[in-house]
Design a protein around this ligand. Structure first.
Ligand SMILES: C[S@@+](CC[C@H](N)C(=O)[O-])C[C@H]1O[C@@H](n2cnc3c(N)ncnc32)[C@H](O)[C@@H]1O
Length: 398
């Protein structure tokens, strides 16, 4: 534990790796490498505390304990059994082992998981004459194994409940965006706190809430618990100092222009409750209404939204009617704005009859989505190719 440098891996929603790299650079991480679905980095053990507290994009923070070549389950067992686990946690604490793999030649990951669990228990048995219990639901300590075709890496999960569970979402709606994905959408758009931001189909308000907390510099991890607090040697004083320093940097009175609306009264009530819980009722203006009938609140700004996906056939057809009308609204009422639409529905640009200026592939869990950028310019600005977002057949109609 005294080694000055540690290796970490932070998984994140696929497509947000570059944004996570920026965050990690800002937090002082070194030797940062993005791979699909996460970013590895190095730094002091304390950096792990900081990333857990401050990252809006990571899903969790894993501390790398070892990496070895392997050929079979026996190699994995021996590498795990020879590790001094008792330096990290005590035998009274419960454990869970989770294994993931890419191109792993071994037959059964369940068997690998079992061998790792046996190895940890045997290591404790040899050293302490007792073995830790397994708790697959709410373990004190989660051990993660990752196998590729040749190497076996063991991590200790520093996070526990994933980082997108910030602790503020007490009221729920159907299909809310995960908080780290919503934060990623805001960051990818380039929105800054001095610009207006609208989500006209805001549901529980996740996008606006993440934007507000980002602008007010409220660390997403404040007030929640982390797995590292159960590690042997957890420095509670240092953790308190880090949290206090983060609170001291908050800018709660930053003036912001954030607007949310939704046609569904129940969704809006959830957004209201979420905002109230976070002290954001005065910061985010919420209104019930249909996006097709509301006016834009400013001359220019950012519109970021995650419209409903059509899962059932009826919904799919309904959306085909909705999108052209939404496209008309964008052209008529949001001229001068930048619009960002996050959807798994590949028909979006065609249906709203606008050419996206950017299309970023992003995953919402396992669902492959696109994040479309539309720069909505008035007729006079259509010369530049990048901003000519109105589709040719629509020119003149907007
Ligand atoms: C996928 S959800 C948005 C979830 C939201 N991003 C969140 O994290 O909570 C889509 C929302 O669009 C709303 N909606 C659908 N059609 C609408 C319309 N025409 N005008 C306003 N809101 C609409 C639905 O009520 C729903 O709350």
């Amino acid at each position: 534990m005294s080694a000055p440098h540690h290796l970490f891996f932070a998984p994140c929603p696929s497509g947000l790796e570059a944004v996570l790299v920026e965050e990690l650079e800002h937090l002082g991480a070194m030797t940062i490498h993005a791979t699909q679905g996460g970013v590895s980095f190095q730094g002091s053990f304390t950096l792990g505390y900081h990333v857990n507290l401050e990252s809006r994009i990571a899903s969790r923070v894993l501390l790398q304990l070892s990496r070895e070549n392997y050929q079979d389950e026996q190699d994995i067992y021996h590498a795990t059994r020879d590790f001094p686990w008792w330096e990290w946690f005590s035998v009274e604490q419960t454990i869970k082992v989770k294994v993931q793999a890419k191109k792993c030649p071994l037959k059964s990951l369940d068997f690998v998981t079992l061998r790792i669990k046996d190895a940890v228990c045997d290591a404790f048995m040899k050293k302490k004459q007792a073995r830790p219990n397994v708790d697959t639901h709410a373990p004190d300590i989660q051990i993660m194994g990752f196998l590729d075709d040749q190497t076996f890496t063991v991590y200790l999960d520093m996070t526990g409940e994933p980082l997108f569970k910030r602790g503020w979402r007490q009221a729920r709606i159907e299909a809310p965006l995960r908080e780290n994905l919503a934060a990623g959408l805001v960051k990818l758009s380039g929105w800054t706190k001095d610009q207006a931001l609208v989500d006209p189909m805001c549901g529980g308000g996740t996008i606006l809430i993440e934007a507000a907390q980002m602008a007010r510099r409220v660390a997403p991890g404040l007030g929640r618990g982390f797995a590292f607090q159960k590690f042997r040697g957890f420095d509670a004083r240092l953790w308190e100092t880090i949290c206090r320093a983060s609170i001291a940097k908050q800018a709660l009175t930053t003036p912001l222009s954030l607007y949310g609306s939704d046609r569904n009264a129940a969704a809006l009530q959830v957004a209201n409750t979420n905002c109230r819980n976070l002290g954001l009722s005065e910061t985010i203006t919420l209104q019930q209404g249909d996006v097709l009938h509301l006016q834009s609140p400013h001359e220019e700004g950012f519109l970021i939204t995650n419209p409903p996906y059509g899962i059932r056939i009826g919904e799919y057809a309904e959306l085909a009617k909705f999108y052209p009308l939404f496209g008309d609204v964008l052209k008529k009422k949001y001229c001068g704005w930048q619009a960002y639409i996050f959807s798994s529905d590949r028909r979006v640009p065609k249906m709203i009859r606008l050419l996206p200026t950017k299309k970023t592939p992003l995953f919402n869990g396992d669902l492959e989505c696109r994040y479309y950028e539309f720069k909505l310019v008035s007729g006079g600005h259509r010369k530049s190719r990048r901003t000519a977002s109105v589709a040719p057949e629509e020119m003149g109609k907007a």
